[in-house]
Design a protein around this ligand. Structure first.
Ligand code: NAD
Length: 379
């Protein structure tokens, strides 16, 4: 029985949104143990949280630099092996860079950095380090998303014509209409979030979902943003036309002001032989559409699913797979990679996805700024 992988956590404290998802997901397949952390920049809160969740406090550090310094003094077989970076966006780059430079494996939240330039620097550091780097585009871990990828790879939709990806939320309504509130949220602060709010936070998930499922690369985009208020520097709504080629086109619709919407990520992919429709809020139902046959519904855990999809289910059909399972599947892929076991390239998003995501974010900002012009993405 292999020993558990020693996991470090940066950010993701008790006050965070995403911390609990990573902590639970890392435990679901019994592969990881949290051995060190800086959950919070405030040391007292950091220690209090470690005690609350029963993580030994001897390796709870006052800050990130101290964590690296102290961990490097430990023998290799005690040291943190992989570290999850769960802080606000602007800290991803300095943290991930230093981790890679010191030989750690990294699991990083999206968007990977705050600029394409940083993303490329991180890519170079990763090539040098040769360690594992995973980017948590969480939704790629769902069994039915993986099923779409595999069926498209096997040609079951034939040639793809059109892709329509949507990510609608409404949570920023509560904040954006109040001048004081909108200057107090890090997702609306370019120094902390990077150059985009809506596309950087959620549009990029939809972008990744399009490329992950179709296996196609988006070549050019045209975007139209809404900032709602003159003093707001960050997009809170963005519609992006996408072209994969002259005959494969589509749209990414994303919004943080879509009133009443919760976490409405979805994708529809239309091909010459059939189509898929999938929604994150009902992730166990993959609708397979046809012009000539009744609509079919694929569900997780059945033997008709691909190996990649089945690798992400732990119980027989009928036991719903949710967001924790989806993230757990990414952690499972990373565990295999760290242990040098065989894994499928669809098991976790990589540095390449991170660089492409940053390229997409910057291109959409540029297109909108230039008066909604077409902008090419790098190959
Ligand atoms: N994959 C997904 O679906 C998904 C969903 C939500 C958020 N995210 C990403 O996760 C990241 C965090 O988002 P969130 O919503 O949890 O943010 P948050 O503001 O809720 O939490 C951030 C956490 O980081 C901690 N932190 C801040 N500065 C720190 C520092 N210097 N050292 C250590 N800890 C520090 C804070 O104390 C807090 O615990 C963002 O990059 C966001 O884009 C991803």
């Amino acid at each position: 029985m292999p020993k558990k992988i020693r996991l470090g956590i940066l950010g993701g404290g008790g006050d965070s949104l995403i911390g609990v998802l990573h902590r639970v997901a890392s435990h679901i397949n019994d592969n990881y143990q949290i051995v060190g952390a800086v959950f919070n920049p405030d040391f007292e809160q950091n220690m209090a949280f470690a005690k609350e969740i029963d993580v030994p406090t001897d390796r709870i550090y006052k800050d990130f630099d101290t964590m690296i310094e102290e961990e490097m003094k430990l023998p290799e077989d005690e040291r943190i092996q992989v570290c999850s970076v769960l802080t606000p966006n602007f800290l991803h780059f300095p943290m991930a860079l230093k981790l890679l430079e010191n030989g750690f494996h990294v699991i990083c939240e999206k968007p990977m950095t705050t600029s394409l330039e940083e993303a490329k620097k991180l890519q170079a550091a990763h090539e040098k380090a040769g360690t594992v780097f995973a980017l948590t585009h969480t939704y790629t871990g769902y069994p039915m998303v993986r099923q779409m990828r595999e069926m498209i790879k096997n040609g079951e939709l034939g040639r793809i014509h059109k892709v329509d990806a949507v990510y609608y939320q409404g949570w920023i309504n509560e904040i954006i209409h109040d001048q004081e509130k909108r200057s107090s949220v890090w997702r609306l602060d370019p120094k902390k979030a990077g150059i985009s709010s809506c596309i950087g936070d959620i549009g990029v998930h939809a972008f990744n979902m399009v490329e992950y499922t179709t296996g196609l690369k988006i070549k050019s985009i045209l975007s139209d943003f809404n900032y709602l208020y003159e003093d707001n520097q960050m997009d809170v709504d963005g519609t992006v036309l996408i072209r994969m080629s002259d005959h494969v086109k589509g749209v990414i619709r994303s919004s943080q002001v879509a009133t009443g919407e919760e976490n409405g990520l979805g994708i529809a992919i239309y091909g010459e032989k059939g189509a898929f429709r999938w929604e994150q809020e009902n992730p166990n139902y993959l609708y397979v559409l046809s012009d000539t046959k009744p609509t079919q519904v694929y569900k997780p855990g059945h033997a008709y699913n691909s190996e990649l999809s089945l690798g992400g289910t732990k119980l027989p059909p009928g036991h719903p797979e949710g967001i924790f399972d989806s993230m757990a599947n990414i952690y499972l892929g990373v565990a295999k990679a760290i242990r040098g076991e065989q894994y499928d390239s669809g098991e976790y998003p990589t540095m390449t996805d991170g660089v492409r995501g940053m390229n997409f974010i910057e291109a959409t900002v540029e297109s909108n700024k230039n008066g909604n012009t077409w902008v090419e993405l790098e190959d």
